[in-house]
Design a protein around this ligand. Structure first.
Ligand code: ADP
Ligand code: MG
Length: 292
């Protein structure tokens, strides 16, 4: 290849990487450290609330060992993210349609957690998502619990991290542990917090203040933890889980459903700052920056 041709191609590539490419797609990892705090419910219902506001929503079940988004949403998927990772299926072949027209990339329950995704699997998955990104406004990723490499990968690949916690000390310490690893080892400084399962606003705000105080004290004052609000403890949530439907569908007037709608609005009004990822359609630059 002549050097001038190469130069032109490099210029094209640079333009591709820096030109604005339509409305920005938002990729939000929903994460928690501790399991059982309501992450999957948040993903399902926040996703539906965003879809009801007219957005095209993709949910990714990245809890590769204990998948349950499909169960919460009453879906019966034929294929899962495992088929994509094993290169047996493409993303569109695996996606299923859920409530409100949401698209869901399911995982499988009962399969032992995939050992760390290898570089090829990560690249392949991100490439599939990138190809699909034109059809989506917002992606919510259910990362699963813990701080395994897979969990960290999805947190870093996403542009935004929404941490879910309740007021149990274990939930707060595990949320902090996750924030700490992402901040100290991967230079993530911006987080959003959603408190789940409390009765009073002031209890939820106390969780936020505790986490913020510890994070600022030990990780530095440039850590940003933005409070998105709280979902009240509400018996409509477990009732809807039993019926395998989002609380927003089954009990739209419940306190929990109304909070999901409000928080979806707030979340949509507070995008990550532009400079975080510029105009890259999907998470390529971040992937190139951080190899974990
Ligand atoms: N706001 C809430 N009020 C009452 N129960 C809740 C609430 N949020 C979640 N739950 C219950 O907590 C359990 C765990 O929720 P889940 O979303 O599966 O957690 P995770 O994905 O973090 O492991 C579910 O059985 C669900 O019904
Ligand atoms: Mg879950």
């Amino acid at each position: 290849m002549k050097p001038t041709t190469l130069l032109h191609e490099m210029e094209d590539l640079t333009q591709e990487l820096t030109m604005p490419s339509g409305p920005r797609l938002r990729v939000i990892a929903v994460t928690s450290g501790k399991g059982g705090v309501g992450k999957s419910n948040v993903v399902a219902n926040l996703g539906l609330a965003l879809a009801q506001q007219g957005l095209k929503v993709l949910l990714i079940d990245a809890d590769l060992g204990l998948a349950n988004l499909d169960i919460i949403l009453g879906l019966n998927p034929q294929f899962t993210i495992h088929d994509v990772l094993q290169l047996r299926k493409t993303l569109p072949e695996v996606l299923v349609e859920g409530p409100g027209g949401m698209k869901i990339l399911p995982a499988s329950s009962g399969i032992p957690e995939l050992s760390d995704l290898d570089e090829y699997q990560k690249m392949f998955l991100l490439n599939e998502l990138d190809n699909y990104s034109e059809s989506v406004d917002v992606v919510l990723v259910d990362t699963g619990a813990g701080i395994s490499r897979n969990v960290l990968f999805f947190n870093i690949a996403a542009q935004e991290r929404l941490v879910v916690a309740n007021n149990e000390p274990t939930s707060i310490t595990d949320a902090y542990a996750l924030i700490k690893v992402l901040a100290t080892q991967h230079n993530e400084r911006r987080f959003k917090l959603l408190v789940n399962g409390l009765s009073q606003p002031r209890e939820a705000e106390a969780v936020y203040r505790t986490l913020l105080k510890v994070a600022e004290r030990f990780l530095g004052r440039d850590i940003s933890l933005e409070y998105m609000g709280y979902i009240p403890h509400d018996e409509s949530v477990p009732k809807s889980v039993l019926k395998q439907q989002p609380v927003l569908t089954l009990y739209p007037k419940s306190r929990a459903a109304r909070s999901f709608t409000q928080i979806a609005q707030r979340l949509w009004e507070t995008p990550a700052p532009e400079e975080v990822d510029g105009n890259i359609k999907f998470f390529w630059r971040r992937l190139l920056q951080y190899q974990i």
